[in-house]
Design a protein around this ligand. Structure first.
Ligand code: BDR
Ligand code: CA
Length: 328
């Protein structure tokens, strides 16, 4: 069984990733670490605990960093760019892209007392089998651990990251949310020397799920499938209210399941249709391109880094995998 740690900022699609991670009995989910991101840390932690409680499993949850490494110290950066309106007041109601709290009972289970970064450090220092890290939020926790001890990269089998966008962007005109939320952390992680597989927006938005797909999943009949399908439907509703679209059509009503794809990729790498080894950087200049994933596509340049970028997803394969997984 492949051991892995899941780092999340739950969040709608993070919840889908947790469900997939727990349902995949052929994988060995060792722990969930939580970071700031879609919501402030107290919310992402509570949401994570709600999902774990809903699934009824005994997976340890560790709370991590409440803030990015340095971004918030340089307030000017926020003023340089036009942000996507993740939150708007519509008819007197605040509408968030990701709900403050997921529609599940409040968590009665508690997080571990240890800090997520301390846990990552302790676990990855002594791991006898290399561990995969699936990171689907801002990369603060992982980068902090790598800064404290860069040697832990040796014990990371693979880092599977949802982040960045080449042509597809969502946070600013040039960046995707997870990388924009902590650009320094993203650059540290990409340069740590571990094998990194990136599923950027270009890949995750190449497989979009509409209301029919959501209903199809709900019809499977298990509580997990029902909740997964509901999350997709709710995501579509909120994006429609906020006027946000994943395609060039502003009226498109479909959602991407970004984070869940990283877990599904571990189960079946063939869901990625186009994976290229490319040198990658993240801009952290604080200018218009802050948080931008920069991919060196020049064919004659050496490809020394172990960074792999996904460009496409086989949606039919993902649907089949989800039906199997959620039906269990
Ligand atoms: C990423 O940002 C978050 O809103 C999602 O959970 C996903 O990890 C997509 O840009
Ligand atoms: Ca996320």
């Amino acid at each position: 069984k492949r051991p892995f740690i899941l780092d999340v900022d739950t969040g709608t699609d993070d919840a889908m990733a947790i469900i997939a991670a727990v349902k995949a009995a052929e994988l060995d989910l060792r722990a969930i670490t939580v970071t700031h991101g879609n919501q402030p840390l107290p919310n992402t932690l509570e949401n994570t605990l709600r999902v774990v409680q809903f699934l009824g499993v005994d997976v340890p949850v560790f709370a991590g960093c409440p803030d990015p490494m340095v971004r918030t110290l340089t307030a000017g950066r926020e003023m340089n760019v036009r942000r996507q309106p993740y939150e708007q007041v519509i008819d007197g109601q605040v509408v968030n892209m990701h709900e403050d709290y997921l529609p599940l009972p409040p968590a009665k289970i508690a997080p571990q007392p240890e800090h997520a970064v301390a846990f990552l450090l302790r676990t990855l220092r002594v791991a006898s089998t290399p561990i995969t890290v699936v990171a689907v939020g801002p990369l603060t926790n992982i980068a902090m651990a790598l800064r404290l001890d860069p040697g832990i990269a040796r014990n990371i089998r693979e880092l599977i990251v949802m982040g960045g966008g080449i042509r597809a962007v969502n946070s600013t005109s040039d960046s995707e949310f997870n990388f924009f939320a902590d650009p320094e952390a993203a650059q540290i992680v990409l340069k740590a020397g571990a094998r990194v597989t990136i599923l950027p927006l270009d890949a995750t938005t190449s497989a979009l799920f509409d209301r029919r797909d959501a209903q199809c999943l709900r019809d499977i009949g298990t509580p997990e499938a029902e909740f997964f399908g509901r999350l997709i439907a709710d995501f579509i509703d909120r994006m429609a209210l906020l006027g946000i679209s994943n395609t060039s059509d502003p009226g498109d009503h479909s959602a991407a399941i970004h984070d869940a794809l990283c877990v599904l990729y571990m189960l079946d790498p063939r869901i990625v249709t186009d994976l290229r080894r490319e040198a990658c950087d993240v801009d952290f200049s604080g200018g218009f391109a802050d948080g931008q994933l920069i991919v060196d596509t020049r064919s004659y340049m050496p490809r020394d880094d172990e960074t792999y970028v996904a460009y496409g997803i086989d949606k039919e394969r993902v649907m089949r995998l989800l039906c199997d997984l959620l039906g269990r």
